[in-house]
Write a protein that binds this ligand. Structure first.
Ligand SMILES: [Ca+2]
Ligand SMILES: [Ca+2]
Ligand SMILES: [Ca+2]
Ligand SMILES: [Ca+2]
Length: 683
């Protein structure tokens, strides 16, 4: 790693060159790579994560908060901090979250590298304004794409400013709620129709304007997105229109299996792994078999997989009764599509899928074209899919792109659970480790890949060395990990099952299928992706690497279907869903429950990123924190992330009694609309 001082100098030089070269960007001809390419992640996302702030700076932050609020510094504690570099302004800002242990109040303070107090949200806004002034409202990856194609037209997504959708009526739910799923569903149908009408009237004038320039367009149904193929001059013109939020590259996407890992390397015992003889090892490894024996099979739940490449054969006897949508898929059969389908719903007697009872939809795009993938995702949702699997993606250098914003919108507005493979870009595959887009999206569940070593014992489990892990600044992705190494699933030819290889592509459908099991257990959860995500994270107790609470490669841990089912049915755990707006009380108790001394407890809070937030790519529109309070009001555990749109606590109470799970509103710029909470208690 380069030390900060040296990097800052290097950066300053590159930055000056960048500005010189990119002034009047469209008229210039790019001879080389855009010079800012290596800084892509930091330019739009409001900063690269810097080195942690020094203890001196931490002390200064404590002193300032004490001074400004008339508090005793001895009662104050830094609970989280984050340093980020803002390249357009050539500044580094350190943010601190400070808790007053006596009152339970929390305070935020931000300092620049000269130890001056600054308004960090203002700095983030300025960064975006400066970027737009320099480069237009263009996705940095779009600028790179124009460079690579010699300024030829490329596929883009014109994303419009949007008020966040109709003020939808949210029905609060928890395990004992008398609200029926019929009420929730009719609420959703109404809200979705309202949203579609609103989006169409928002899109029509701009779509007509682009058509007027001589370009054909397509529009999305529930997202403020217009698809077109445009040259740089036209993009620059469109980006200057006030109604346009951003113009994104519409990338070409690839499947996220790792074909190089298909078979053991002969003679190299260090890398040799047995091929899973049966998919049922995965079933057992995550204990889905125990859930199946409770007759929870995903019955009555609609799932979908959106695929890059081709079809699933209609004559595979273990994959009957699928809904094959063939609009944009290749005419040939695909081992990737067929393998993913089997992981979700194979009916092979000894190679059962994780949710063999679901009604399942297959469709996608032969060539991984973004507009087609988004279009087919909407078609799947319209068909009724409630859990949607995305085992494909692309590297955007950690910049949130057109697909991230689209799927964040799908979760936010259409209340679907969306699951995405983390990518296979880690060192085992010779790459840098970036989580791929749309796995950077806040609201999807991003899944890493662990190797269960073909045993149900958990002690030998390891992360797959290809599984992507590198995060956007201040965030932690993936959320969870699932088995995805040396998988045996359904195939395209007789005998119809066999080795399909490895990759996060095969870990994601495990979690998609688990979502369907959760939704069968309680059908109200079909339209509460926040609760489904909270349940999956709270129950992911197979710690594969690093800290048990949350760590770099496995997130909250390896998934566990049995614990997830227990939490869903309210056995040694439970869940709640609530409406939530920026005007909700600063301290808001979601749930009170009895906890047991000496029994490990895990609580997860999730809320959606509002995709209409002006700083969408760099920070959540609401920064909520999670606290657990005992009967006397003392905080016994807390989680205070600055950038994640989830919080997780993992602790063991020292006394039995009633505890409160409290949401602390640290900041709220735009409503998240709702939140989900789930908790698990050791037996
Ligand atoms: Ca194992
Ligand atoms: Ca871990
Ligand atoms: Ca990570
Ligand atoms: Ca937070």
């Amino acid at each position: 790693m380069i030390v900060w001082g040296k990097r800052k100098t290097m950066f300053a030089v590159s930055f000056i060159i960048t500005v010189i070269l990119l002034t009047g960007i469209i008229s210039s001809v790019y001879a080389d790579d855009p010079p800012f390419k290596q800084f892509l992640p930091y330019i739009l996302n409001g900063g690269e994560e810097g080195a942690p702030p020094s203890t001196d700076m931490e002390q200064l932050a404590l002193d300032l908060v004490a001074q400004q609020n008339n508090l005793a510094v001895a009662n104050l504690e830094v609970v989280n901090s984050l340093s980020e570099i803002y390249p357009m302004q050539q500044t580094e800002v350190s943010e601190f979250k400070i808790l007053d242990n006596q009152s339970g109040e929390s305070y935020g303070i931000a300092l620049n590298s000269d130890n001056q107090q600054v308004d960090v949200e203002q700095i983030a806004q300025n960064e975006q304004t400066l970027y737009a002034g320099q480069f237009g409202k263009l996705d940095p990856n779009l600028i790179v794409a124009f460079d690579e194609t010699g300024n030829a037209p490329v596929d883009v997504v014109v994303w419009l400013k949007d008020n966040g959708g109709a003020a939808t009526r949210i029905i609060d739910v928890d395990f004992d709620s008398p609200i029926s799923d019929v009420d929730i569903e009719s609420n959703n149908v109404q809200a979705e129709a309202q949203r579609a009408a609103e989006i169409q009237s928002l899109l029509a004038p701009t779509a007509a304007r682009i058509t007027g320039l001589g370009h054909s367009v397509e529009v999305a149904e529930y997202a403020p997105a217009i698809y077109a193929t445009l040259d740089p001059a036209t993009v620059t013109q469109i980006a200057s229109w006030p109604e346009v939020e951003q113009v994104y590259l519409a990338p070409i996407n690839e499947t996220e299996n790792d074909p190089s890992d298909d078979s053991p390397v002969e003679g190299d015992t260090s890398t040799e792994e047995p091929i899973e003889p049966e998919l049922e090892i995965v079933d057992n490894a995550i204990r889905a078999n125990s859930v199946h024996s409770r007759r929870i099979l995903g019955l009555g739940i609609r799932t979908a997989q959106i695929e890059v490449q081709g079809r699933v054969p209609t004559n595979n006897p273990y994959l009957p009764e699928l809904t094959h949508n063939r609009t944009y898929v290749c005419s040939s059969n695909s081992s990737h599509s067929t393998g993913v389908a089997g992981i979700i719903k194979s009916l092979h007697l000894s190679r059962f899928g994780i949710s063999p009872g679901t009604l399942h939809w297959l469709g996608g795009s032969c060539n991984g074209i973004t507009s087609q993938l988004q279009n087919r995702s909407t078609a799947a949702a319209n068909w009724g899919a409630r859990a949607i699997n995305l085992s494909w993606g692309g590297n955007t250098n950690l910049v949130l792109g057109a697909n991230d914003r689209f799927y964040d919108t799908m979760v936010f507005s259409q209340r679907r659970t969306v699951v995405k493979s983390a990518g296979n870009r880690a060192s085992g595959c010779g790459l840098e480790g970036n989580v791929t887009s749309p796995g950077l999206a806040f609201n999807v569940i991003t899944v890493g890949n662990f190797n269960d070593r073909n045993t149900t014992s958990r002690s030998d489990d390891v992360m797959d060395t290809c599984s992507s892990w590198r995060d956007p600044s201040g965030r932690e992705k993936p959320e969870v990990a699932a088995p995805g190494a040396n998988i045996n699933s359904t195939t395209t030819t007789s005998p119809w099952t066999g080795n399909i290889g490895s990759g996060t592509s095969y870990a994601a459908p495990v979690v998609t299928a688990m979502s369907a099991l959760i939704m069968q257990r309680d059908t109200r959860l079909r339209s509460w992706p926040e609760i489904v995500k909270a349940i999956i994270m709270a129950s992911a107790l197979n710690n594969i690497e690093g800290a048990a609470r949350l760590s770099e490669f496995d997130g909250a841990g390896g998934v566990d279907a049995l614990y997830a089912d227990d939490v869903t049915r309210g056995y040694r755990g439970g869940w709640s869903g609530r409406s939530y707006s920026c005007s909700t009380a600063t301290n808001y108790t979601v749930r009170s429950t009895s906890l047991i001394a000496g029994k490990r407890t895990r609580v997860v809070l999730t809320w959606p990123q509002n995709p209409s937030y002006s700083l969408y790519g760099s920070r959540p529109s609401a920064d909520l924190d999670l606290r657990v309070l005992n009967a006397s009001g003392t905080i016994v555990a807390s989680s205070s992330s600055l950038r994640n749109n989830y919080e997780i606590v993992d602790f063991t109470p020292t006394s039995s009694g009633t505890y409160r799970f409290q949401v602390r509103k640290f900041s709220c710029s735009l409503t998240p609309s709702r939140l989900g909470l789930a908790f698990w208690i050791a037996r």
